[in-house]
Design a protein around this ligand. Sequence first.
Ligand code: ADP
Ligand code: ASP
Ligand code: MG
Length: 438
Amino acid sequence: MKVLKFGGTSVGTPQRMKDVVKLITDGEQKIVVLSAMSGTTNMLYEISDYLHKKNPVGANENINQLEEKYFQHVDDLYTTEEYKKKATEFLQQEFDYIRSFTKGIFTMFEEKIIVGQGEILSTNMVALYMQEQGLNAALLPALEFMRTDKNGEPDLEYIREKLKLIMSEEEEHEIYITQGFICRNAYGEVENLQRGGSDYSASLIGAAIGASEIQIWTDIDGMHNNDPRIVDKTSPVGQLSFEEASELAYFGAKILHPTCIQPAKFAGIPVRLLNTMDPSAPGTIISNKTQRGTIKAVAAKDNITAINITSSRMLLAYGFLRKVFEIFESYKTSIDMVTTSEVGVSVSIDNTTNLSQILNELKKLGTVTVDVDMCIICVVGDLDWHNIGFESLATETMKEVPVRMISYGGSNHNISFLVAAADKKKALQSLSNHLFNA
Ligand code: ADP
Ligand code: ASP
Ligand code: MG
């Protein structure tokens, strides 16, 4: 069985929803994971923000606006009076529910419930439409089987067992529709897999059922060799290894949620990136296979802070790096890049929640300097060190850009440069011109 995930733009209008339904009804049994209609989750976060700030008037204005938009979809999506009525009643009940949060206390618990309503809306609307069309589809509520453990990590064993049970209780259907993004935590409270997390839902479901393929349908024809939002002349990459795709997703290629490749990789399930607007385009296939010895693509990760610790005590000493890393570990802050010299170490982080405490601790070890507003430019491919010349090619391409750190050799798949955020576009464009469009 395949798992197909459709993103926000792919279900962004009633017409798009109809196109998706046409695409998925080919007689093959499948699980379809849907995101919220584009713009909805942002709006729900705005509503939550108002409620955190104790501004129910602002929240209600946004709720009314969103509600009006959804009611307009009813006539465009359904043809029969019966289904228009069913959809209207469903939307009414949903928006009453969302509105009920403007009255009581509002904590992170309520926020998690509100921001997940976009997926509840889109999946129910599509399922109703499929029912109206006489198609053999059923809704699988994600909150009944998607779950994280006590560490906030997906509980794949639970997901596998629960999904199997729910599907065995259901009568056989051609299409099972479920919500991306939302889940419950180990205590049964509503949670989510973070922004863009529907890709992760699809991959977890794929791994749980041992799918033959996981398809991520979006608004572009696969993973491009550079960020199409920033540089001109990008083109799709036909084939990527799991490792290459993971690096690209982690280092900023927005087409994939950073952690989405992991479950598929462990289960050995190929992931295909496809374009809903151009379904016959080949897209990108991510699997164990890749073209050897080539640079595939470039990505950039924003909001990076670089920290340098210099200490003469590091000279010829052992245990210094451990002390540095332990400080980051104790503040649950992960490090992306590391470079070392005889007397100093530089690291980069993207989570600055505990920065001041970390800096205070690091100052006990040596002189500390910080560079903010940085970004990591990551060149990804099959870059094993025996394939000579790639690091010099990448570095040569970056010669016009001031580089704060370089990292190569941590894996066979990336060369990373830390540059000022202000130089991001120049760096990406230069890499694009020299590596892919020369
Ligand atoms: P969805 O809503 O379907 O999940 P996203 O907006 O999350 O879609 O991801 C698709 C977008 O990712 C594309 O429209 C594109 O602008 C952006 N993107 C960034 N980097 C890349 C890349 N390297 N290849 C393809 N798309 C990319
Ligand atoms: N709707 C959620 C978001 O906007 C999840 C997703 O689209 O993947 O972040
Ligand atoms: Mg996405």
